[in-house]
Design a protein around this ligand. Structure first.
Ligand SMILES: [Ca+2]
Ligand SMILES: [Ca+2]
Length: 273
């Protein structure tokens, strides 16, 4: 009987050491919940199971390994106080067994909110860092950082029509970060804008710069500014029926009869009311 047991154990050890275990651990993040708003020190926890046994578990934040745990309960204390309010971060875990099989959890996203700052969800809102965090698209060459007559600070974002007249479709949107919107919550949206020489000779209504927020493919419009060479202030309150990551666009389309025509935007604010 003893001999049979020894043989069984040796066979099992050989099977494991020869790579017989092909089954990776199963792993999930158990706290925080996906899309949670977090603050302070967050206790990130994970569960992992395996057909043989879990050797270790690694936590990843924004794609970087931040901690390795070798025994249950698998957890990591994450300090969020130095992070920017309203910034979004991804969390996942990897678990390994003795045969180096690797199981990866689903990735969750959380939003940091420690109640600091102005609560503005827009990065580089006054274009003082040039066009950082903004992506001109469709006619990208027309948008630039301009030091001519900014609304505040030293710069604004400006679109100048290329030489010659015609129809242009030139927009700019936030880029490189996510603006997370909570459903059924009022958001305050404001910006400053000026428009120069944008009247078309036969239809002055056709050249417009529309501020619009794209949330999960649905478009929410702010009031369209009137044509004015002096800075005008537009503000509105928007409530969204669903949560998600929003894209903030200044969508320009229309006609210009002069290459001196230009639009400028400055001091964009989107925050929870
Ligand atoms: Ca296994
Ligand atoms: Ca500015």
């Amino acid at each position: 009987m003893k001999k049979i047991c020894r043989v069984t154990i040796i066979c099992a050890m050989l099977w494991i050491s020869c790579g017989g275990d092909k089954e990776p651990p199963d792993v999930q993040i158990t706290n925080p919940a996906n899309n949670a708003v977090v603050s302070g020190t967050v206790n990130i926890t994970a569960d992992a199971t395996d057909n043989i046994g879990v050797e270790k578990l690694e936590f990843y934040i924004d794609g970087i390994a931040v901690s390795t745990a070798t025994s249950e309960p698998y957890s990591y204390s994450w300090t969020t106080t130095s992070l920017q309010d309203s910034s979004s971060h991804t969390i996942y875990a990897k678990a390994y067994d003795a045969a180096e099989n690797e199981g990866i959890s689903s990735t969750i996203t959380v939003i940091v909110n420690n109640g600091g700052g102005s609560g503005n969800l827009v990065k580089n809102p006054g274009f003082e860092e040039g066009l950082n965090y903004w992506n001109p698209y469709q006619y990208p060459s027309g948008w630039s950082s301009s030091s001519t007559n900014p609304h505040s600070g030293s710069f604004c974002a400006k679109f100048s029509f290329p030489t010659g007249s015609g129809y242009y479709d030139a927009s700019i949107k936030n880029s490189g970060y996510q603006i997370y919107i909570e459903a059924n919550t009022p958001y305050y949206f404001s910006f400053w804008i000026r428009e120069k020489d944008t009247h078309d000779t036969y239809d002055s209504t056709k050249t417009i710069l529309d501020p619009v927020i794209n949330l999960n493919g649905n478009w929410f419009w702010a009031p369209t500014p009137s044509h004015s060479e002096t800075w005008q202030f537009i503000d509105t309150t928007l409530t969204f029926p669903q949560s998600g990551n929003a894209e903030l666009h200044f969508q320009l389309h229309g006609w210009a009869t002069s290459s001196s025509a230009e639009f400028a935007v400055d001091d964009v604010v989107l925050r929870k009311q």
